[in-house]
Ligand binder design. Structure first.
Ligand SMILES: [Zn+2]
Ligand SMILES: [Zn+2]
Length: 197
């Protein structure tokens, strides 16, 4: 009997693979792993009908998750560094053929409860619907963003106009006789504000 490394238990056993897999330790550890794993997928699945799109946040949106079925790290979200579709990466991964094959193999190899298997699989129809919903949400998001930028531009324009009016007014009141070119020269060369507000 050769050595067998078990990724679930994170240990090497020498009693043989089959004996280890059916053993109490492995099975109880597997239950804990699957509970956490299926909970995570359940959380993601909740956004299938109502995708969560957020403004990109580099401290929050770069998380990865470990797919036990495929034995690899997968991006949890999908982002273009501007907007983030929460759980987009996870849902997309769970719908791939590779993940489906990996899941069947994982369940078989670990003698896991077949009733739980479908919980970590997303159907193609589900992802198609998800993508359609994401498109709708993104459209709405972009509209809102455009509106916000427009509002900000209006505010800046109004502030600029106000500043110019104040400046003009001060010129007329304080320096009615002073010549414009002088003022500009003075202002530009000294780089000091003429009037502090
Ligand atoms: Zn094990
Ligand atoms: Zn996977």
């Amino acid at each position: 009997m050769g050595a067998y490394y078990c990724a679930i238990c994170n240990q090497t056993t020498f009693c043989g693979k089959k004996k280890h897999i059916f053993g109490k330790n492995h099975q109880s550890r597997l239950r804990v792993v699957l509970l956490k794993f299926t909970e995570k997928v359940k959380e993601a699945r909740r956004t299938l009908k109502k995708p969560q799109v957020e403004k990109f946040d580099c401290t929050q949106h770069k998380q990865k998750f470990w797919c036990y079925c495929c034995g690899l790290e997968v991006e949890r979200n999908v982002t273009d560094d501007n907007m983030t579709v929460m759980y987009g990466g996870l849902l997309e991964h769970m719908a791939t053929r590779e993940h489906r094959n990996g899941t069947y193999k994982f369940w078989w190899d670990n003698k896991a409860d077949p009733k739980l298997r479908d919980r970590v699989l997303i159907t193609e129809e589900e992802t198609e619907r998800f993508k359609a919903e994401v498109a709708k949400v993104l459209e709405c998001f972009v509209e809102k963003e455009d509106e916000y930028i427009k509002q900000q531009a209006d505010v800046i324009r109004a502030q600029e106009k106000h500043r110019q009016e104040v400046f003009q007014c001060l010129l007329e009141v304080c320096f009615p006789k002073m010549q414009w070119p002088w003022l500009v020269f003075f202002y530009v060369r000294r780089k000091i504000p003429l009037f502090s507000s």
